[in-house]
Design a protein around this ligand. Sequence first.
Ligand SMILES: NC(=O)c1ccc[n+]([C@@H]2O[C@H](COP(=O)([O-])OP(=O)(O)OC[C@H]3O[C@@H](n4cnc5c(N)ncnc54)[C@H](O)[C@@H]3O)[C@@H](O)[C@H]2O)c1
Length: 270
Amino acid sequence: MADYERILITGAAGSLGAQLREGLADFAPRLRHADRADMGVAAANEELVVCDLADRQAAFACIDGCDAIVHFAGNPREHPFDELLRDGLPAAYNIWEGARRHGVKRIVHASSIHAVGFCEVEEVPDTRVPHRPDTFYGLGKCFVEDLAALYWDKWGLETVCLRIGSCSPEPADRRMLWSWLSAADLVRLTEAALTAPRVGFSVIYGTSDNAQAAVSNAFATHIGFVPRDSADGHAPAVLELTPRPDPHARATRVIGGGFAAAGHPDDDRR
Ligand SMILES: NC(=O)c1ccc[n+]([C@@H]2O[C@H](COP(=O)([O-])OP(=O)(O)OC[C@H]3O[C@@H](n4cnc5c(N)ncnc54)[C@H](O)[C@@H]3O)[C@@H](O)[C@H]2O)c1
C-alpha cells in the first residue's frame, strides 16, 4: 500500500528534480511536479504545474491535494542576499505554511552540506553540530532547516532535511571522494526519508558509501538510508588528474570546500 496518494516534487525541471521525477515515478499513485521552468510532457500519473513558488497563492494551489512534498526547487549556487530574500526564503515559507494548511504529512527538503560548511574536515561533523554556513546559500539552508524545526515543534509537520553533498554523474575532484552522492543513492535517500516510520524533524547527510567520510550520519540511522554506490572506484582517476591540495587552504580545510573560500557575491558582481 502506498504511503502517500499524491506527492509534490518541486524543482522537477532541475538536475536533481529530474532524477527524482524518474526515480520516484512509481512511488505514489499520483505525482505532481512543479517548477517555474518547462518540464516537458506529463506521464499518465503525472500533473505538471509551472509556477513560481515564491508566489504564495500559486504555491498554496500547487500543494492542495498533496500528502507529501519533496522540495528541491532552489538556486543551488551562491547568490546575493537580496535574491535569498526575494526568492528562496519566501518560497520555503510558502511550502511549509501551505503544507500545514493542506494537511501534508511529510516534507523532504534538499538542504546542503553548506549549512555547516565551515566545520573542519577532520571534525567529521554529525547532524547535531550547530549551523556554520559558508555562504549566503548555506545561510538560506540554515533558515529553512530552522523553519522546518518550527513547523515540527509547533504544528507537528514532519520534515527530513537532506544535507546533500555533491550529486553529479561522477566525482570530479578530490573533495568529491567523500562528498559524492550518486543519482541512484539520491533516490534511495529520498525514498528512505519518505518511508521511515517516524522522522519528526530530522537531518541526514546525503553522500554515497565512500571510504572517505567527512560527515557522520551516526544520529540519522533511524531513517534507514543504505547507500549502494561509492566514489572509491573513481579515486585512481581523480588522484591522477588532480593535484595534491594544500592542506592549509580554506577550500581543503573545511567541508564547504570552494564555497567557503569564495568571496562576497556582491563583490563579484561589482
Ligand atoms: N546539485 C547538488 O549537488 C546539490 C547539493 C546540495 C543541495 N542541492 C540542492 O538541491 C536542490 C536542486 O538542486 P539542482 O542542482 O537540481 O539545481 P537546478 O538549478 O538544476 O534545479 C533547481 C530547479 O528549481 C527551480 N526553481 C528555483 N526557484 C524556483 C521557484 N521559486 N519556483 C519554482 N521553481 C523554482 C528552477 O527552475 C530549477 O529547475 C537545490 O535546492 C540545491 O540547493 C543540490
